[in-house]
Design a protein around this ligand. Sequence first.
Ligand SMILES: *[C@@H]1O[C@H](CO)[C@@H](O)[C@H](O)[C@H]1NC(C)=O
Ligand SMILES: *[C@@H]1O[C@H](CO)[C@@H](O)[C@H](O)[C@H]1NC(C)=O
Ligand SMILES: [Fe+2]
Length: 446
Amino acid sequence: MKFVFLSFILPSSSFSFQVIPQSSRSFIDMALSSTLERVAPSAGVVPEWEEQQGLSEEQFMQSDVSKPDLSDALLECPLTLWDFENIDLTAARASAQKLPPSCPLEIKATPEDNAMGEDYFIKNKEMIRSKLVENGSVWLRNFSLPKSVSGHRTMTEALNLLPCLDPLHSSGLRKFASERDCLYEEVNKPSLRQHYIGLHSESTTKRTAAYASFVCFKKATEGGGRFLIADGAKILGDMDPELLEKIYKRKVRISVSNLDVPPSTPQILKDGFKSLVTSAVAPKFDMDLEMIYEADGKPGRLMAIEEMESPINRHPVTGQPVWFCNAHNHLRYLRDRRPCGVPEVGMTDVFFGDLGHLSPEECDEIKRVSEKHITAVPMSPGDVLLVDNYRTLHGRDVFEGERYHAVSWFSWEDNEEWRGNELRMREKDGLNGLVNKYMDWLPKDF
Ligand SMILES: *[C@@H]1O[C@H](CO)[C@@H](O)[C@H](O)[C@H]1NC(C)=O
Ligand SMILES: *[C@@H]1O[C@H](CO)[C@@H](O)[C@H](O)[C@H]1NC(C)=O
Ligand SMILES: [Fe+2]
C-alpha cells in the first residue's frame, strides 16, 4: 500500500519494474499464514462496560469556532528523550514489581462534577496531572464535557495540555478528526476493524509525544473495540530476566515497510530502486530509515528499517526504567498469529540491533508479559483516557460495526528544552494534503 504512495510520488516511467503488491506474497508465506490459527490476544484486566449516552455525529463533531484555529501554529511532535545507558536491570525489575498492578487510575464523574463542566477540570488540574505521571494513565469516566470535539478541547485546555502533531504526521498517514482542534482520528476505518493493534507508544526512534488524550465519541455499534493499555514499567518488571538482559544489550531495530521486487531483478536495478526509495520516499516519513534488502530472508524484499534503539528507557520525569518498545505491535511472528488486516507492504517486524532474529520463544515471552499487563478498557462516550506516553503503551482490540474514537497528542508545556520550538513543517504539508486525498485507505496502525 505504501507502494501506491511510492508510485504516486515517483512517476512509474522513472523505474522499469513494479513493486509487487500484497496479493503476490510468496506461496510459502501464504500457505504459512493461512494454516496458522489466528487468536485475538487476551488481557489481564477486563472491566465491565457501562452504557453511556453519546451525542449524535452532527453534535459531537462540532468545533467551537470562537476559539482560535490551532492548525495555524502547530508544534511538531518533540524529539524522543532517550536515557537508557547503564540501567541496573535487577534493581529496575525489583522496583517495578513493587508498583501497583497495571491499571489506569479511575475517576468517575458524579452529577455534581458534571454540573461544574469546565470548572471541574480547572479545579482538579493539579490532581489529574500528577496522577497521570504517578500512575501512567487516568481514566476519566462518564464525564459530559468531553462528549464532543469542542468539549474535549475545552477539557484538555483546562488541564493545560499543549497540543502537538503526531510523530508520524509528515508521512501523510494520519488524518485529523478536527484539524483546527488538533484532534486526530483513531483507527476507526471499516477496512481495519478486524485488525488487532498491539501495544505501542506513539513514538519513533526520532519523535515521541509526551502525553495523549484518547476520547470516545461513539463506541463500536456491534461490539468490541476495547482500548488496550499496559504499564511499561510492569512489563519490564515481569519479563524473563534472560530475555530482558539480552534485548537490552543487543537493542532493537524496527522494520516499518516491505517493498517486494521480483527476486530475479538485476542487481543494478535493485540498487537503483533502493537509492530512489532512500532519497525520495524515506524523508517524507521524518524517521531515520535505512533501506535493507532481505533482512527477513525473503528474496527481493526491501525493508525500511529504523535506526537501532533501546527497548528500555528511563522515564524523562520520574527516571523509572520502562519497557519502551513497540515489539508487541510490530513483531511479524505475533501479527501472523492474530487478526491482522494490513497488506504486505504495511507489515512490520522487529529485529535485534544487529538484525538478528528473535526466536519464537522470545516473541511468545513478549506476548505473554505484555498481555498479562493489559487492561482492556471499555470506552463509552464521556470516557477519556489520559496516557503518559513514556510510561504506558496502548493498542486496541478488533471491533464490529462503526465507531468514532479520536486522540490529541501533547508536548512538554513546561519544559522548553524538551519541547523544542519547531513549528509544523508546511512544505511537508502540501504533500500531505495530496497524499491524504489519494491514500485515505492506507493503514494507520503504528
Ligand atoms: C496510583 O499510584 C499510587 C502511587 O504509586 C498507588 O498507591 C496507587 O495504588 C495507584 N493507583 C492505581 C489505580 O494504580
Ligand atoms: C453517567 O452520568 C449520567 C449523567 O450524569 C447518569 O445519569 C448515569 O447514571 C451515569 N452512569 C453511570 C454508569 O454512572
Ligand atoms: Fe497509537
